[in-house]
Design a protein around this ligand. Structure first.
Ligand code: MRU
Length: 377
């Protein structure tokens, strides 16, 4: 049975934006998540005591964003192992909770492999569970390190492409501390530019239908003290036309071997706008987001979400009335098209920035070389 409890005690959380942590109270180990569905109205936590609870948290987007999904998935395997549940079953459920972000399956596999190897070696379930937890912790740490390196590479690239500084960056969805063991991917680049005095403004797309931009990126931007402005997704065109955007920076959920980039729906139209207006379109993602087993964009499975996310306003602070738990904004029975992601072809991507450096132009050969180089490190 899923066992998820709400906790709202802000004082128990460390500094920064603590999105995920492992705790070992006397009742047994738990995974504590910042419930992102309730931001920015409330900084509440979810306590997961088993993998089904975590699967639910992943599906509801309480925990979300590609790198964080990988970390959460790895901790989920550890949780199942430590609590004596069927690890293979838990791993299957976790990896299948959302299909597009490859990091989720990668994180799950890593903890599961560590568990299996330790079990074969020692025959001791406790040692195997400890190995799964160590793998999750290592992934968590590595993601924080990768985040810092992506920020450095990303800002260096921006400075090269846009000499003179004073960058006005447009971003979509949320790619900061809320999706990472560190400060994130695309947002981390903007944050570094801000800290170094080279960010003039962060333009934040609200990101319909679940408002990750308005609820989460604006929340992170406000905490950082950077200059930022929120816009509706459909205002981006006029912003480009007014010459107000120097670069687009986004994260990714999966990068195919040919350089196609799946990211939050609405990213592809920005790439088209950026190309028309001769503005760099830069993707920032850890190496774990590159999936050599997915040959091209057409092979990426795009998650389809429930229609009520479009036909109702489901923000946490509005009173509940509709079938999906929100206020209906469309006639009853209206069908909705609600893909969670879209795919941008490599020819529209100026550069892909990873912790191992940037690839530009984006080609299958350049990506394969980057992957090979990173395996040797
Ligand atoms: O549906 P979400 O909120 O999980 O989507 C998240 C995104 O699309 C992010 O832009 C992506 O995971 C990259 S964040 C590093």
């Amino acid at each position: 049975m899923a066992d998820q409890q709400a906790r709202t005690d802000r004082d128990k959380r460390p500094t920064g934006i603590p999105v995920i942590r492992w705790e070992e109270p006397p009742e047994g180990p738990v995974l504590v998540l910042l419930d992102q569905t309730r931001l920015p109205a409330e900084e509440a936590e979810l306590v997961c005591t088993d993998a089904p609870a975590l699967v639910e948290a992943i599906r509801s987007l309480a925990v979300r964003g590609a790198p964080l999904l990988g970390i959460a998935g790895a901790y989920g395997v550890a949780l199942a192992a430590v609590r004596g549940f069927d690890v293979a079953e838990a791993a299957g459920a976790l990896a299948g909770a959302r299909p597009t972000a490859v990091n989720l399956a990668v994180g799950v596999r890593r903890a599961q492999a560590a568990h299996e190897a330790a079990l074969v070696k020692t025959g001791d379930p406790a040692a195997a569970a400890a190995a799964a937890l160590a793998a999750a912790r290592a992934l968590h740490r590595e993601d924080a390190e990768a985040s810092a390196r992506m920020a450095a590479h990303g800002l260096a690239l921006l400075d090269e492409l846009l000499p003179g500084g004073g960058h006005r960056i447009l971003t979509h969805c949320n790619s900061g501390s809320l999706v990472s063991g560190g400060e994130g991917t695309a947002f981390a680049v903007a944050l570094r530019a801000h800290r170094e005095g080279r960010l003039r403004r962060l333009w934040v797309d609200e990101t319909r239908p679940l408002l990750q931009g308005a609820r989460l990126t604006a929340y992170e931007a406000a905490r950082s003290g950077m200059a930022y402005t929120l816009l509706t997704d459909n205002a981006a065109g006029s912003l480009f036309a007014a010459g107000e955007v120097d670069a687009v920076l986004i994260g990714a959920d999966r990068i195919a071997a040919d350089g196609s980039v799946a990211n939050k729906v609405g990213s592809y139209p920005l790439a088209v706008l950026a190309r028309y207006h001769h503005v760099p379109f830069i993707v920032v993602a850890p190496m774990t987001t590159i999936d050599p087993d997915t040959p091209d964009g057409a092979s990426i499975e795009v998650e389809q979400r429930p229609g009520f996310e479009v036909t109702e306003v489901t923000a946490p602070q509005v009173p509940v009335t509709g079938a999906g738990g929100g206020i209906p904004v469309a006639p009853l029975g209206t069908q909705a098209y609600n893909p969670a992601f879209d795919v941008t072809p490599p020819e529209l991507v100026t550069a892909i920035v990873t912790e191992e450096g940037a690839v530009s132009p984006v080609t299958a050969a350049a990506l394969a070389e980057l992957c090979a180089r990173s395996r040797q490190v």
